[in-house]
Design a protein around this ligand. Sequence first.
Ligand SMILES: [Zn+2]
Length: 276
Amino acid sequence: MRQKGLALIFCFWFMIVTVACTAVNSEAPQATVESSENNVNPQPNVEQKQTAYYVDSGLFKIHAVNDSEKVGEAEKIALLTFDDGPKGIVTTEILDILDKYEAKSLWFVSGFNYGVSIDQPDPAKADRFRTLVKEIHQRGHLIGNHTWSHANLRQLSAEEQKREIASMNQLLEEITGEPVRFFRPPFGADTDVQKLYMKEAGMQTMNWSVGSLDWELKEAEQVVEQVVSTIHPGANILMHDLPIQVEALDTILAQLREMGYRFMLPTELEPSLAES
Ligand SMILES: [Zn+2]
């Protein structure tokens, strides 16, 4: 009886090993018999690297698409965003600092840096705008829409709102050759008209979750402190291509990286928006 029991246990063990080997082999079809035998006690599964990210439309945090239950808890990721540019004063310096940390970012640009309208370019600005947007895009960053004139959409008619968004999209798509997917309303002032426009255009509205206050603080150290003290997993950080940010950004990225943060871009629209 005891021998029979032992035989059963052995059979059961053999079955588990066989199943484990099959599983290992299915992950690595070219593995030889020898190597699969070496994997009888395989390493614990290394967490699969996430490659798809989206920003939710509630708290505007960046999430891994396949990891929604960990949102805001486990994964130390942050989205870097730059609004109102490209101003051209320090844009390339900002890009150089981002490169140093291999960090990609999302730029919500406005057409007032180009001219009065798409048909009335400012000769002193338009070429610079094109060159900078092209450079930002070519260096691996995303370009988003921040309205043409940095308007408060709540103060405009429906037609004016649509024109603000559409003309910006038109110019950006002409420059980058890609559709614009993300929109940030100036002052965070979204409207029903704008939200409907986003839905129809397959775009997503995005505000932010961490304000760097680089537009009102006077010292770079204060900007660093503001970001580092309010950072959280999934943070969507609002910054500008301003001189104070050139001073602050290197330290911000160094400190965040030391805290374990990685800098990710949204690669998808929020799944619920993409489905609708
Ligand atoms: Zn703005």
